[in-house]
Design a protein around this ligand. Sequence first.
Ligand code: AHG
Ligand code: MN
Ligand code: MN
Length: 305
Amino acid sequence: MQFFNHFLREKGVKNDLRSLLYHIARSIKYINFSLRAGNTAKLDSSNASGEEQMKLDVLSDKIISNELEKSELAAVIASEEQETPLKFSAPRGQYAVTYDPLDGSSLVDANLAIGSIFGIWDTTDLIGTTGRKNLIAACYGVYGPRVIFVIAVKGKGVHEFELNDVGEFCLTHENRTVALESKYFAPGNLRCTRSDDKYLALVQDWIRQGRTLRYSGGMVPDLHHILSKGQGIFSYPRDEKYPDGKLRLLFECDPFSLIFEEAGGASLNQEGTPILDMKVEEIHQRVPIFVGSKTEVERAIEKIK
Ligand code: AHG
Ligand code: MN
Ligand code: MN
């Protein structure tokens, strides 16, 4: 059995980054605990994107920001649940961490799997940069029947750990990879097929080809399904309601793009540009996303472009 921290040291991940990941892992354990005992009530407030907040969104955000502050390595943090980034005074490190504290929180009352997503940047100036330039690691936690922690460090692969009964994340899968082609599809925002004939045709193609639908409505478990089966495509295109798509560049799409590229997959926007090459223009920027098996993602973009 290999604990995640020992494993990362053997992989040559440097101390500061390991320490930051250790604090993120701690926050995943605390969020998991809160979810098991948690309050699924909605608050009267909304977040920076105008979406309803739940007590658990706010609590998870607090757990993560406390842990990141304690790390003394994050100089700047930006959260889906906070209007503006937060700067910590006199940190030892110069990293920025961007995160979605609870992805899929509207599914929590139905007891479906949900998750937390993190991006680690080696700059504190997020505006104007790209994931390609400054995103050095990304990770996510999945809260399901089991608690899973997946880490990608740029150039060092994608690795999966599982929380054991004594609260340690232990290695379960080293070097996850995603095949070029796939039989699974996870089509988000099907509402868009009412106005976008190309997306309708793409989804109909997938159905006629006899592919297997695997879609839960939670980006984290839906993408984790693709990573664990080693194949699949997930899409969330734009429509009238969401002209730039729904999912956010800094909190959801860039972190998953690093993870999937690192596993040999692809992650493109609706124009076919790799999401990691998109310039960050604002903190809560959204982007349409097609991610998963590389050939499938490229074919999908050719059809809907
Ligand atoms: P969040 O709970 O952080 O707002 O994100 C939910 C996201 C994502 O998990 C999922 O893929 C997508 O919203 C589903 O969107 P629709 O509700 O439009 O289907
Ligand atoms: Mn989310
Ligand atoms: Mn969220």
